[in-house]
Structures are given as structure tokens and as C-alpha cells.
Ligand binder design. Structure first.
Ligand SMILES: Cc1ncc(C[n+]2csc(CCOP(=O)(O)OP(=O)(O)O)c2C)c(N)n1
Ligand SMILES: [Mg+2]
Length: 895
């Protein structure tokens, strides 16, 4: 309603004051809970009377914890500021030196410059190191701010100046420091690879949940460890950053703390120039049930807020856009006075006693140790929910003209002499004008107050971090009995490899030694793979237990949630499941216990969908089994284009620490899983085993009684069934290589070739093209580098050395897979495969469409024989007709 008379406005102001004073009184007399109660009551009352209160998940744009509630800062502010300045200098100098020695080598200055206070308060007061009794807090450091971690490790005496000079020069003699946190490259130092933006947040959430899981399963004692994720505000745009936050609140993960460094910039420019990233994130996290702590303004703003009787300053803070805040950073105090405070006369009034310099120096919350300490303390004390701290900072803080707050600052790698001087002077680093151009590192003496203080603080917190220690104990290798039954075959019972796998997994879970370490992980797909039998046996993990009676309680395989459950049923989240796989697969290092993850997923949604996390798992040195189920482009019938996986084995070629197998029979599967257990858990090798299993049922044969079989399975190929034709009957010779379910097509083709076409045919089972390829390139490399020595031969070449005839390979994956090893065959290899998009249809028609069934294997064999001049081409033409192959059919590669 518009004001009718001037005194209406006055009356309203009096009324406002009365309400405010009442609130102040209640707060003072009865505390915040009572205030909350009354406000809720008033809200309900208003709603009853038909007054709708618009929903807002936001609080005003001020610090969540008011100055009056701040704890006393326990440290020595002055010494901590000195230490921070020195870390800042060295972090900057590392990048400058690296780019001077090797122009264009890259690195980041501005990110750590903005995060320094957020990290130093953590290092000095919160982040606990690893001791004999306590495994330490887990800190995920924002990847491209790594120079800050290295620079601190230098002051702590963990790295030398020479080490710092090796930043981004890992291949120099003696090695160097990796650009980003890579446990694979620095296994004693980095714990969590973080630089693929977005993966940090989801990894930290599932890690925090996994830490509870270990306690609930009795594998570790509760210790109060915290998981800290230091994130960038631009990084929060990645779907994985926010995609799992409801899990953290649903699981009450009060052991988890996110710190988002809101420097309002990403790589190209502002994160939200036209809005406010802190408010946007606040709403998202509050909506998800997190404890949100905003650290927006530094202490210098407190007296201004106190003076702000009318609420105008708060209003202005709410209004101001991030793009404008960034503008104030690059402008002087007069500009900020005019444009920020100048919008309302009463604001100009409250800074009237401030010089322009003072206005310019009004600090952002994330650069104020008191404010940061206050938030961190509240975060570690908060119970029942995870906490996110949203701290406003300035990107490139301290770089001045060289980039502070500028849009180019992310890419700033060099500072000229004047800029170095300015930086040195601003942070008071004792480096002379003569030396400045070199940007030398600076470390105070061992007995200086700074080094003593820093050591005392880290000593108090249990030692340095990050620090990676692989500390679990090797297991005994005694699985022979367990897997023996799979060597015997299934008789006339038809099984799918998925069934054999689930059967074996169930046995492993029952094993007295291994069972407690097995972590079955599955997205919302257990029933698809026939894994529901494990629900009852192993239980589905739920910290809360099962608070309801499941609808299928009466059935044998009821939905069985329990606190000690082993299965991580992650719902429909392959990304979440991968994050759990990494947490379980790295427990040997990060939790001192060797859990064994078996992550079973729809194979199409593995390497294709979460390939970056699989890469991250390898970098993390995770160990475990990835099991792509319902695999094979033509074996998974009906599902069509987005489900039928005919390329995961090609993608599995890419991560160096992945072994990939495409077994056809239960005994092959068992041999491979046993090898995985032996290597990873008995011999402590860092591997990930990828296995594809299928849902086509057939009789599982017994393992041939030959000494070379196991070795062949693991090396990637063995002769499964040799021809019975000998002598004159074996003039025409062929070898068929089959894998997975397509191996059965090769066996069928063998019969056809032998009976109908008189070709003596051997069938070989290829369990792993990747293993064959890896071995062959190793041998090639060795030969190249050792010209004076007797050349070695690859396994596949040795195996086929005496074989005559033609060679044809077929799998349910792309042709490039067998083609990858073709050049080590004694003769040309004809490759069949499933390049192209899948179709929804039955197996027989799919195999015809993709040209991988026994008919095509037969045709390809005859064609090769004709090409070699051993058969007239007319025979091939005739066979094409006999086999009912239509040469004008759709082309699966393109159609
Ligand atoms: C998935 C992914 N995409 C792109 C990059 C390249 N990259 C590195 S840092 C960065 C910007 C990060 O901005 P922000 O999260 O705000 O961090 P800041 O440096 O501002 O602290 C980009 C795009 C990456 N590391 N990961
Ligand atoms: Mg940023």
C-alpha cells in the first residue's frame, strides 16, 4: 500500500523498531532457539491468515556468524601472516621460475594467491596429520593451486629448493614435481587427484560416506576424521560438483566440509558477473540440507555494519553484483566509494571518515584469518549435517597490476621485475633489488620464529600433510579351493558369465578371510544382473539400518538394508558408484585396510559414461574389479543403440593401469579374478581389473586339462580347440580367434568349415586383446632399444609361430581391437567386429547385422583362403549364397 500521509511512513518506522526491539529482547533473554520458535509461529500464523511468504533459501549477503559470536583466534596473527606471505612468494616464484626456464610450461599463480588464507588457517589450526594412532584428516586440495602446497612443504622442510625448481619438470634428471596432485606420480605425497574439475566434490562426499561404512562394518574404529574439499567457485558449475550433495545431507555426513573459494572468477572471466555465486550456492546447499557458512566480509566491515542502523548497507551488499565486486578490485578506493557506497547517501556517510586507501583495503572475508577460523571452528563442531563454507576472495590477491582481479589473471604465469618488486614489498619478503629479477625462493633460518612456529603447529596437529602411505597388510593367497568348481564346467546346465560371476562373488563374500573386505558396489541395477541374491546374504549398507518393513519381507530375497550391510547400492548414479569404487579401492592407502571393491555396472555406462573417473581411479592407485555386465554389442539383445556396448574394450585400452578381459567361460572368469586378487591384494600391485560379463546362457565347458591354459588366459590367448584333421585332410588351414560370447560363433564356424568346406580349423580363445597388445609393444620397444642383442618375440607371435593358414578374428567389440595386434601375427589377420550403433533386436539378427556370426567367420575364412590362392573365388561366391548372406544389406558401420 502506498503511503497516504507522511506520518504513515513514520508510524511504520516506529512499528518496525518495536518489532526489532522485541526480537533483540527475546534473543538476549531467551536465546536463538526461542527466536526461531517465535518466527516459525509467526510464519504459520501468517499462512493461516492467507498471507503467503515467498520461499527463499537465501540469507542476507553477510557473514553467517556475526562478529559477536566469533571465538578468539588462538594463533599468533603476525607470525602466521609472515608465514603466509612467504608461502605466497614461493608459490608465485615456482611458477615464474618454471616459465623462465621453460617458456610456456604453465602453472597457476592467481588461484593459490586467492586461497592462501583459506589454506593457511587449515594448515595452522585444523588439518590433522597422520600419526600411529590417527590416520589424519583427508584434505582434497584444489588441483591447480598445487604451488601453494609445494611452497608450504618447502617451508616445512619436506621439499628442497631444488625440488621446487623441478615444478613441471618431472622428466629432468632426478625427477621433479607434478603439475597437479597426482598420487600416481608422487605416491608418497599426494593422496587425492583433484584437477579434473568436478570430481573432487563427488569424490569427497563418497569418501566421507565410505569412512562411515568402514566403521559400521567393523573394519575401522570411529576416529573423528574429517574430509575437507577445497574447491573453486567456477568448478561448482561441473555437474559432479553439485550432483551428489543430497547424499551427503541424507547420510548426515558431519565429517565432511566443503570450502568453496569464491574469488568470483574462473578461467575466462567472472563466474556470475550478473549475479552472486555465493547466494546461488547457498540456496543450492541449504536446499539440500547442508549447514552453510558464508564468509563474505572481513573484520573491517564489522564496524560499518554496526553503524548501519537503517539496514541500507545490508541492502547494498544484497544488491551488488559479482561483476561489480570484481570491478572494485581492479579500481581504486575513490571508485568504490562512488559506486558502491555512493548509491545511498547514508552509506557515503558511514565511510565519510575513511580515506580512499582505507576504502580500497576493506577486506573480503576469505582473506581474513579471524573470519576463516570462525567458520572452520563452527564447521568441525557442527553435528548432523555436512558443512559448506562459501568464502569470498580476490583472484590473484596481491598481484596488483600483474593481475589482481583481472580477467586474464588465471593465465598469468610471468611477472616482470617491477611486478616482482611490488609483490615482494607488499608481502615484505627480504629479497634485495639485485636478486629480485631471479625470483629466488626464500626460506627463513631453521631457528627463525616463522619456521619454529610452523613446526610447532604441524607437530601439534600430528605432522605434515598431504602424505600418502600405503599401509595395509598383504593378504594370504588361498583361493584355489574357492574357484576349483568353475573349472569343472556346468554340464548341460546353461549359464551366463554374469551368473557365474555373481555366484563367485557370493562365495567370496562368504569366505572367512576375504568376505569382510569385499565391497560390492552396484548402481540401480542389481536385479538386472541377478545380484538380488546378495541382498539377503550380504545386506545393503545403510547407516540408519532399515526403519521400515520392506514390501517383500516375506520373500527369500527381500530388500535387506542394514547398518553392517556390505553392498553399496548407489541408486541411479554411475558417477557416485565410481566415487565409491575409488574410496574402497584406495582404502589400502587412505584407510589402512585393504577393501576389495567389485563394482558391477551396465557396461555401456562404465568407460563411456565415467571414463574420467576411471582415469582418476588409476591416478589414485585404486585397486579393484570393474565389471561391465550385460556387455557385448550383439549379446545384449533388445536394448538398442544407447545400451549395447561394443567399444568399452577399446576405451579400456586407454588407462595404463587397467587390465581388460573379455572372458567367454566360467573357468576363464575364475582364473582372471583369482589373478586379480593375487596381484592386487597379495602382491600389492596397483591394477584395476576390467571384466566384461554377458547375459547369454550356454553350457560352460570344463577347463581343458593342459598346463598352459591358465597362463594363456591371463596373457590374453590360448588354443581352445584344435582341428582333428591331420595330414592330407589338413591342406586348407585356418585359425579363428573368438572372445566372449562370440567365441561360441567361432566354435560353430569351426564345425561348418571343417564339415562343409574341408578347412582344418583351430579355435583360439582371446581373453584380452589389451594384454596381447601390451606385451607386443613392450617387446617392440625392447628390441628398438637393444639393437645389439638377440631380438625378443611377443607372446602372440611365439604362440602362432608354427601355425599355417589364414587367420580370422571376431569379438563383440570394434574391429580395431583385433586389428591392434594384427601386425604381430604370422599372416594377415581378417578382423570382424561390431563397429556402429546398436539396434534393438534379437541376438541372431544382431550378429547378422554386425556380421560377426559363424556365417561371417566362415565367409571371411574362405575369402582369405581365396586371396591366398588356395581356393577359387567362385567357391567364396557360392558360400555367400549358401550362407544366405546378403551383400547389399545395411552397412552396420554407418547406417
Ligand atoms: C573438467 C575440467 N575442465 C577444464 C579444466 C581446466 N581448468 C582448470 S582451472 C579452470 C578454472 C577454474 O576456476 P575456479 O574453479 O573458479 O578456480 P579458481 O582458479 O578461480 O580458484 C579450468 C577451466 C579442468 N581442470 N578440468
Ligand atoms: Mg574461481
Amino acid at each position: 500500500m502506498a503511503d497516504k500521509l507522511p506520518h504513515d511512513a513514520e508510524l511504520r518506522e516506529i512499528e518496525n523498531n518495536e518489532w526489532r526491539q522485541s526480537l533483540d529482547y527475546v534473543l538476549q533473554e531467551q536465546g536463538p532457539d526461542r527466536v526461531r520458535q517465535i518466527l516459525r509461529q509467526l510464519q504459520t500464523r501468517a499462512q493461516e491468515k492467507g498471507v503467503s511468504i515467498p520461499f527463499t533459501a537465501n540469507t542476507p549477503y553477510i557473514n553467517t556468524i556475526p562478529a559477536a559470536n566469533q571465538p578468539v583466534f588462538p594463533g599468533d596473527r603476525e607470525i602466521e601472516r609472515r608465514i603466509k606471505s612467504i608461502v605466497r612468494w614461493n608459490a608465485m616464484a615456482m611458477v615464474v621460475q618454471a616459465n623462465r626456464d621453460n617458456p610456456g610450461i604453465g602453472g597457476h599463480i592467481s588461484t593459490y594467491a586467492s586461497a592462501a588464507t583459506l589454506w593457511e588457517v587449515g594448515f595452522n589450526h585444523f588439518w590433522r596429520g597422520r600419526t600411529d594412532e590417527f590416520l589424519g584428516d583427508m584434505v582434497f586440495f584444489q588441483g591447480h593451486a598445487s604451488p601453494g602446497v609445494y611452497a608450504r612443504a618447502y617451508l616445512e622442510g619436506r621439499l628442497s629448493a631444488e625440488d621446487l625448481r623441478g615444478f613441471r619438470a618431472e622428466l629432468r634428471p632426478g625427477g621433479g614435481l607434478s603439475s597437479y596432485p597426482h598420487p600416481f606420480l608422487m605416491p608418497d605425497f599426494w593422496e587425492f587427484p583433484t584437477v579434473s574439475m568436478g570430481l573432487t566434490a563427488i569424490s569427497a562426499i563418497y569418501q566421507a560416506r565410505f569412512n562411515h561404512y568402514l566403521v559400521d562394518r567393523g573394519l575401522r574404529k570411529a576416529s573423528g576424521r574429517k574430509v575437507w574439499a577445497m574447491l573453486g567457485d567456477g568448478e561448482m558449475d561441473e555437474p559432479e560438483s553439485l550432483g551428489a550433495i543430497t547424499l551427503a545431507s541424507r547420510e548426515n555426513l558431519d565429517n565432511l566440509i566443503f570450502v568453496v573459494n569464491c574469488n568470483l572468477q574462473r578461467l575466462d572471466g567472472p563466474v556470475r558477473g550478473n549475479g552472486k555465486i555465493i547466494q546461488e550456492l547457498e540456496a543450492a546447499f541449504r536446499g539440500a540440507g547442508w549447514n552453510v557458512l558464508k564468509v563474505v566480509w572481513g573484520s573491517d566491515w564489522d564496524p560499518l555494519l554496526e553503524k548501519d542502523q537503517t539496514g541500507r548497507l545490508m541492502q547494498r551488499m544484497d544488491e551488488v553484483l559479482d561483476g561489480e565486486m570484481q570491478r572494485y578490485t581492479v579500481s581504486n578506493g575513490a571508485y568504490t566509494r562512488e559506486h558502491f557506497f555512493g548509491k545511498y547517501p547514508e552509506l557515503l556517510e558511514i565511510v565519510s571518515g575513511y580515506s580512499d586507501d582505507q576504502v580500497a583495503r576493506l577486506r573480503r572475508g576469505g582473506h581474513d584469518p579471524q573470519k576463516v577460523y570462525t567458520a572452520y571452528r563452527a564447521a568441525i563442531e557442527h553435528k548432523g549435517a555436512p558443512t559448506v563454507i562459501l568464502a569470498q576472495t580476490i583472484k590473484g590477491y596481491g598481484l596488483g597490476e600483474a593481475g589482481e582481479g583481472k580477467n586474464i589473471t588465471h593465465s598469468q604465469k610471468k611477472l616482470n621485475e617491477d611486478e616482482l618488486k611490488e609483490f615482494r614489498t607488499r608481502f615484505n619478503i627480504p629479497i634485495s633489488d639485485e636478486d629480485i629479477a631471479e625470483a629466488p625462493f626464500y626460506r627463513p633460518d631453521e631457528d627463525s620464529p616463522e619456521i619454529k612456529y610452523l613446526r610447532e603447529r604441524r607437530g601439534h596437529l600430528g605432522g605434515s600433510l598431504p602424505m600418502r602411505v600405503s599401509s595395509s597388510h598383504p593378504m594370504a593367497c588361498s583361493t584355489d579351493e574357492l574357484i576349483r568348481e568353475y573349472f569343472e564346467g556346468s554340464g548341460d546346465r546353461e549359464l551366463a558369465t554374469t551368473m557365474a560371476y555373481v555366484h563367485l562373488l557370493a562365495k567370496l563374500l562368504r569366505d572367512p578371510e576375504l568376505g569382510k573386505l569385499i565391497v560390492p558396489i552396484v548402481p540401480d541395477e542389481a536385479r538386472t544382473f541377478g545380484m538380488e541374491s546378495l541382498f539377503r546374504q550380504a545386506g545393503i549398507y545403510s547407516h540408519a539400518g532399515q526403519l521400515y518393513e520392506p514390501v517383500d519381507k516375506g520373500s527369500l530375497l527381500f530388500y535387506n538394508e542394514k547398518k553392517t550391510g556390505a553392498i553399496l547400492e548407489e541408486g541411479l548414479s554411475e558417477a557416485g558408484s565410481m566415487a565409491s569404487f575409488i574410496a574402497a579401492g584406495t582404502a589400502h592407502a587412505n584407510n589402512g585396510v585393504q577393501t576389495i571393491p567389485f563394482y558391477t555396472f551396465y557396461s555401456m555406462f562404465g568407460f563411456q559414461r565415467t571414463g574420467d573417473q576411471i582415469w582418476q581411479a588409476c591416478d589414485s592407485r585404486a585397486r579393484g574389479f570393474l565389471v561391465g555386465a550385460t556387455a557385448g554389442r550383439t549379446t545384449l539383445a533388445g536394448e538398442g543403440l544407447q545400451h549395447q556396448d561394443g567399444h568399452s574394450h577399446v576405451l579400456a585400452m586407454t588407462p595404463p593401469r587397467v587390465k581388460a578381459y573379455d572372458p567367454a567361460f566360467a573357468y576363464e572368469l575364475a582364473v582372471i579374478i583369482q589373478d586379480g586378487l593375487n596381484r592386487m591384494y597379495c602382491h600389492q600391485e596397483d591394477w584395476i581389473y576390467y571384466l566384461t560379463v554377458m547375459n547369454e546362457t550356454y553350457e560352460m565347458p570344463a577347463m581343458p586339462q593342459r598346463a598352459d591354459i591358465k597362463d594363456g588366459i591371463l596373457k590374453g590367448m590360448y588354443r581352445l580347440r584344435a582341428t582333428k584333421r591331420k595330414g592330407a585332410k589338413a591342406k586348407l588351414r585356418a585359425h579363428l580367434m573368438g572372445s566372449g560370447a562370440i567365441l561360441n560363433e567361432a566354435l560353430k564356424a569351426q564345425e561348418l568349415l571343417e564339415k562343409e568346406y574341408g578347412v582344418a580349423t583351430d579355435v583360439w580363445s582371446v581373453t584380452s586383446y589389451k594384454e596381447l597388445y601390451r606385451d607386443a609393444i613392450e617387446v617392440d620397444r625392447w628390441n628398438l632399444l637393444h639393437p645389439g642383442q638377440k631380438p625378443r618375440t611377443p607372446y602372440v607371435t611365439d604362440l602362432l609361430a608354427k601355425e599355417k593358414g589364414v587367420f580370422v578374428a571376431a569379438s563383440d567389440y570394434m574391429k580395431v581391437l583385433p586389428a591392434s595386434i594384427a601386425r604381430w601375427f604370422p599372416h594377415a589377420l581378417h578382423c570382424l567386429g561390431t563397429d556402429g550403433f546398436g539396434r534393438s533386436d534379437g541376438r541372431a539378427r544382431l550378429r547378422d547385422f554386425f556380421e560377426v556370426d559363424h556365417r561371417y567367420l566362415t565367409l571371411a575364412t574362405l575369402r582369405r583362403l581365396a586371396d591366398e590362392g588356395q581356393l577359387p573365388m567362385e567357391k567364396v561366391e557360392k558360400a555367400l549364397q549358401d550362407l544366405k548372406i546378403d551383400p547389399d544389406k545395411l552397412n552396420p558401420h554407418l547406417d
